[in-house]
Design a protein around this ligand. Structure first.
Ligand code: ZN
Length: 421
């Protein structure tokens, strides 16, 4: 594998004003307008170096796609064995939903049990390449946990700004990884965690690694690898639909870029229809999509409320890349209720043996709704992304499970119980 992947990055380009930059330390947003930067690659040069055969010959995992990732030298890779997750054929669930071809991309298998390990292995590796002493993250959820774990592995200090009401279990996990956890109290407009993250970045030079792509162009690139894997795992076939649980739109944007790149490289002839699923109680991106609001004008969602905590992003930071990607792929966007999410969580566990957190099960809830609406045909090939493990959020499912019966070790009592069933 090459040590000179930098030759494949052409430039960083501002998505707002179009200005192009050479990648450099401390350049994370456009210097001219503060806009989001996107990484442009030299796909002709990549195509000369990598083909399908080369990719198939490599070990599974995020870093097998090194040429399509923004690292200069592979010695800077910080890995915990992320990616290479199974694409499972969900035959039981397909029968239940009267479908023919249903696949689940099981991202619960990643090192910290969510897909966020893909972006954060890239984000922390790039921080190491830039010689960072510290990284800073604004989030109480899976993104912060992944940043903390990869920083621990890299020996880089990690500061995590979490909401004042962040659950104790998540604070505990972050602290165990050695992150400096600081609760942020709301004051004035805007997200206090993001405000503190930006302050820390500007004043101390800590590398910003938020869960969205707005303040760091590198880490969202890791999410492309999920799409590369899905295509490879389907024998270089493209599914009709890919269903993505969506918060700020970061995962969906990364996934979409992966398909568009494989199409540009000639590895596939078309891209799947990409679907964003949000929770009804926190759905700024879906509302913006349906109402045709320009992405930068989508208002912050007031008082978000859903059991799918991982999908709560009141401001959809990456709607400017996600909404055009949905349109370009001829996809769609839909909302699901908390009851539909919990039902999907139960179905995944009961029929396919996968325990997802509510936000990880939202994609399946969305599929059921779109099948009923006739948007997705029951004969279509569908991939549902299961983004995070149920062990991360057991509180939500406690309302679904019954207290098990207690008996003494006596056959009579056991027989009585079995007859009751
Ligand atoms: Zn700009």
């Amino acid at each position: 594998m090459c040590n000179g992947a930098q030759m494949f990055i052409k430039a960083l380009k501002c998505l707002r004003c179009g200005k192009e930059y050479v990648p450099e330390k401390n350049l994370y947003v456009c210097k001219k307008c503060g806009g989001k930067l996107e990484i442009l690659y030299d796909y002709d040069a990549i195509a000369d170096k990598v083909d399908k055969k080369v990719l198939v010959s490599r070990q599974p995992g995020v870093w097998k796609y090194l040429e399509l990732l923004p690292l200069v030298d592979k010695k800077n890779i910080v890995t915990l064995g992320e990616g290479g997750t199974p694409l499972l054929e969900a035959k039981n669930l397909a029968r239940e939903l009267r479908m023919k071809h249903l696949w689940l991309k099981d991202e619960t298998r990643n090192p910290t049990a969510s897909f966020k390990d893909r972006p954060m292995t890239v984000g922390v590796s790039k921080a190491r390449e830039f010689g960072a002493k510290a990284v800073v993250v604004a989030s109480s959820g899976n993104a912060a946990i992944a940043v903390a774990a990869y920083s621990a592995k890299a020996g880089i200090d990690c500061y995590a700004f979490v909401p004042a009401e962040a659950p104790a279990a998540k604070v505990a996990q972050l602290s165990m990884y050695g992150a400096h956890v600081i609760r942020a109290k709301a004051k004035g407009k805007g997200d206090p965690c993001y405000k503190l993250m930006q302050m820390a970045w500007q004043c101390y030079g800590w590398v910003p690694l938020p869960s969205c792509g707005a303040f760091n162009p590198y880490q969202p690139e890791g999410s492309k690898t999920m799409s590369y894997e899905i295509v490879e795992q389907l024998g270089w076939h493209v599914p009709d639909w890919v269903i993505v649980p969506t918060g700020a739109g970061t995962l969906l944007s990364g996934n979409a870029k992966g398909y568009f790149e494989f199409e540009q490289l000639g590895f596939i002839k078309s891209v799947p229809h990409i679907v964003a699923i949000q929770a009804k109680g926190s759905a700024p991106l879906v509302k913006g999509f349906k109402e045709g609001t320009p992405p930068h004008e989508i208002p912050t969602w007031p008082n978000p409320n859903t059991i799918a905590g991982g999908l709560i992003d009141p401001y959809p930071w990456d709607a400017d890349t996600a909404i055009p990607a949905i349109k370009r792929s001829k996809g769609t966007a839909e909302v699901v209720s908390d009851a539909q999410i919990l039902e999907a969580e139960k179905l995944l566990a009961k029929h396919e043996g996968i325990f997802a957190e509510p936000s990880g099960a939202a994609g399946l809830a969305g599929l059921r709704k779109l099948l009923d609406a006739g948007t997705i045909e029951r004969s279509d090939v569908v991939v549902v992304e299961v983004t995070g493990s149920g062990l991360k959020d057991t509180k939500a499912v406690m309302q679904l499970v019954k207290e098990p019966p207690t008996i003494e070790p006596e056959l009579g009592q056991l027989e009585h119980l079995i007859k009751q069933k």
